[in-house]
Design a protein around this ligand. Structure first.
Ligand SMILES: Cc1cc2nc3c(=O)[nH]c(=O)nc-3n(C[C@H](O)[C@H](O)[C@H](O)COP(=O)(O)OP(=O)(O)OC[C@H]3O[C@@H](n4cnc5c(N)ncnc54)[C@H](O)[C@@H]3O)c2cc1C
Length: 255
């Protein structure tokens, strides 16, 4: 039984102006075809605001300490419960941890992390990417003030991953799930065709693009070509096809 987060987490949290805390696993259950829903109990302050994530300290297959970042899907402040949706269909330290996590396991978290939050001035919101972005897309969309409009364009490996969320009645929701059908993970063709079919409303919108490194770049460029200014786009590469994320939890950015 640990009694405090690792010294490296405390140091990291100080540097990031965040908190380091031990959390306890409440449950980890399969969700859809490719996810696990992991519920943790601990200090809810680490969940921050919609769009934020937590950094989980793990050990990889070579015994090295690595950190993986997971967006917070939801938080129940009073019970101190924080829920994550983790893609577990590949082999990696994060996927392994989520599949194997047992009630009572302890885990070392740093948070809240992340600079992308909801643009309060937008009239409509586009959320596009792959399933790794779904937790953040839904938590952000749940924080849109009524009446509002949210459009989701998400590529899924399996139609059972087309998870939905119970949104407020005042939110007009359009959801388009695109099946990957064997396309490579760094092939943006599926999501680009979804975007092409999307008629951009005339008033001011904000696009949130989260998912695979190359695909997110291609989606951002396509939206810029269609006239959506940079300041109305928030992009983040969550992972990169064929590579482990780096030790600090982000994909490498070299080409
Ligand atoms: C800010 C931020 C928020 C994030 N939020 C989430 C989240 O809410 N849910 C979530 O699942 N992930 C999220 N991620 C991605 C997550 O941090 C990990 O990168 C991812 O889970 C893979 O970690 P891993 O240790 O399992 O695999 P790694 O060791 O990083 O990679 C192992 C192999 O698996 C492949 N791989 C990695 N991810 C996927 C995937 N999604 N689909 C198919 N192949 C993959 C890699 O290309 C590599 O070949 C987020 C990342 C960032 C930076």
């Amino acid at each position: 039984m640990l009694s405090a987060p690792d010294a490296t987490s405390i140091e990291l949290a100080k540097r990031l102006n965040a908190h380091a805390r031990l959390f306890e696993v409440v449950s980890s259950s399969p969700l859809g075809a490719s996810f696990h829903e992991v519920v943790l109990r601990g200090d809810p302050a680490l969940a921050g605001v919609p769009g934020n994530d937590v950094m989980v300290r793990l050990v990889d297959a070579k015994g090295r300490n690595v950190r993986r970042r997971y967006s917070v899907r939801s938080v129940e402040e009073e019970q101190g419960l924080v829920t994550l949706w983790i893609v577990t269909s590949h082999e990696g330290a994060g996927a392994h941890w989520a599949r194997e996590a047992k009630p009572g396991d302890q885990v070392d978290l740093v948070g809240p992390r992340g600079k992308i939050t909801l643009d309060p001035l937008a009239d409509w919101y586009l959320f596009a990417g792959d399933t790794s972005g779904l937790a953040s897309f839904y938590r952000l969309a749940e924080s849109i003030e009524s009446p509002g409009r949210a459009i989701f364009i998400v590529e899924v490996d399996d139609i059972n991953d087309a998870l939905t969320a119970p949104f407020d009645e005042g939110l007009g929701v359009t959801g388009i799930f695109i099946e990957r059908r064997g396309r490579a993970y760094d092939d943006p063709a599926g999501l680009l065709s979804g975007l092409a079919a999307f008629e951009m409303p005339a008033n001011e919108g904000h696009a949130y693009l989260f998912g695979e490194f190359h695909v997110i770049r291609a989606l951002g460029a396509a939206l810029s070509d269609r006239g959506l200014p940079e300041q109305q786009q928030s992009h983040k590469a969550f992972w990169r096809a064929g590579r482990h994320n780096a030790e600090h939890g982000e994909p490498e950015k070299d080409l």
